[in-house]
Design a protein around this ligand. Structure first.
Ligand code: 3PG
Length: 210
């Protein structure tokens, strides 16, 4: 169920962003995430390989919890779910995508940046949202301020989150997990250096467990 998935993401503490440069790299990359102790991938619609990559991961690396990222419209949302994603993440509060997800009982973590975005999620009964772009929109300070009026909302800060500031975010009571590309360093991905990605995931997990 969606609650269980959210609880699981909270246990892992990190949601790595994956933008595929090819379909072929999807499976080894997902295996590296799993081996590194971060068995979840937010595969983004920032590349044309997203759908085929999701299908490959769903078929061959079932231990990895698959969510779709950078979902801009309902067609992408539907395609992602058909490809095996158990959740959707959107960069902004996209009403059409959120309402489709709610109507179809699909987990959605809508992007929010300001109180009016959070309110729209809140009014729909959502209590878990993404906070993006986290660093640019005030980071820890903004999350602390949002905890006043939205004390029962839990955030997934993403955008500028790194190993260096991960602890600051994770120590907030209204953060359930952090998101970002840092567990998949782009140089390592370009070089298909899966060992380096395993290590980056282990380093990321170590920060969560600190
Ligand atoms: C997102 O879409 O969540 C961000 O672009 C990820 O940002 P990062 O690369 O700074 O982690």
């Amino acid at each position: 169920t969606n609650e269980k998935t959210i609880a699981y993401l909270g246990e892992l503490g990190i949601v790595p962003l994956v933008t595929l440069h090819s379909v072929e790299e999807a499976v080894p990359l997902a295996r590296a995430l799993e081996e590194g102790g971060v068995p979840v991938a937010e595969v983004t619609f920032r590349s044309p390989y997203a759908i085929e990559g999701m299908k490959a991961i769903a078929a061959e690396v079932p231990g990895v919890t698959l969510v779709a990222g950078t979902v801009h419209d309902v067609d992408q949302a539907k395609a992602a779910v058909e490809a095996g994603c158990v959740g959707l993440v959107t960069p902004s509060f996209d009403e059409a995508v959120v309402d489709w997800a709610l109507a179809n009982d699909v987990l959605v973590l809508p992007g929010t940046a300001v109180p009016s975005d959070v309110e729209k999620a809140y009014d729909r009964g959502l209590r878990h949202v993404k906070f993006f772009p986290a660093e640019a929109y005030g980071g820890v300070k903004t999350l602390k301020a949002l905890n006043g009026p939205f004390a029962d909302v839990r955030f997934l800060p993403t955008g500028g989150v790194s190993l260096a500031n991960a602890r600051d975010y994770l120590s907030l009571e209204n953060v359930f997990a952090i998101g970002g590309s840092f567990p998949v360093p782009s140089e390592a991905q370009k070089a298909h250096d899966w060992d380096a990605i395993v290590q980056a995931c282990k380093d990321s997990r170590a920060v969560v467990e600190q």
